[in-house]
Design a protein around this ligand. Structure first.
Ligand code: DX5
Ligand code: ZN
Length: 221
């Protein structure tokens, strides 16, 4: 499966977002990962739907919208106008009626993602495979950039890939988010992930330029 990179916009320099987006666009990233947090589902507040609209006006790069909010379905009217390559991803625990919520995403016209926290077992989504396009495996607990990978999540990627393939869902993609460093990305790729969220551990580290970091990550995955 083709590898894709998805820079985490919460790790950009917010005073220079426009400039950084044009660098990312030029280097050819596959998505822009936008973290929406509500201080209820996770203990932090980050980007907003206004940010999504502002980014959409500046670029045609597909958006990878990661909703770390309770009852995400209550905000879906705000994502009208998303295009069919965009991803809208919710967390398994974030709503009581997860299958209904996934169908609502499909109706919005976006690709459908479901995210698993490090403590959420794969079996929770076994009955949802026909409703999704992407599984986002959180490799840290969601909420903050700059954390260390939780080792058990690496094996989880491998177990998930196996389960998807055995069940005939070979086209469901596995995205990884959290401490996707250059070293970890290689391991995650080997385990079966193919969409890589790059934050402070890779694309936005201060060791090299954003563009060099993107090229390096692309080469690795
Ligand atoms: C939360 C975020 C973080 C972060 C990833 O969902 O997506 O995981 O920006 O960047 P790192 O972990 O590399 O700082
Ligand atoms: Zn994220």
């Amino acid at each position: 499966m083709k590898s894709k990179i998805s820079p985490s916009m919460m790790c950009t320099d917010l005073m220079n977002v426009e400039e950084e987006i044009s660098v990312l666009e030029e280097v050819g990233v596959d998505y822009l990962h936008i973290d929406i947090m509500d201080n209820h589902f996770v203990p932090n507040i980050t980007l907003s739907t206004d940010f999504i609209n502002a980014v959409r006006n500046k670029t045609s790069v597909p958006l990878d919208i990661h909703l770390m909010i309770n009852n995400p379905e209550k905000t879906f009217h705000l994502y009208k106008g998303c295009n069919k390559q965009d991803i809208i991803c919710i967390h398994y625990e974030a709503t009581k009626h997860v299958q209904r919520t996934l169908v609502m995403i499909k109706k919005l016209g976006a690709r459908v993602g479901i995210a698993l926290n490090p403590g959420t077992p794969i079996c929770m989504i076994e009955d949802l495979l026909s409703d999704i396009d992407i599984v986002l495996v959180m490799t840290v607990n969601p909420g903050f950039a700059g954390q260390k990978v939780i080792p058990s999540t690496l094996d989880k990627i491998e177990r998930l890939r196996k389960l998807l393939d055995q069940a005939g869902y070979t086209d469901i993609e596995i995205e990884v988010d959290g401490n996707v460093s250059f070293e970890n990305a290689k391991i995650m790729r080997e385990k079966g992930a193919n969409i890589f969220v790059g934050g402070t551990s890779s694309i936005f580290n201060k060791d090299a330029s954003i563009s060099d970091n993107c090229k390096r990550l692309k080469k690795i995955v």
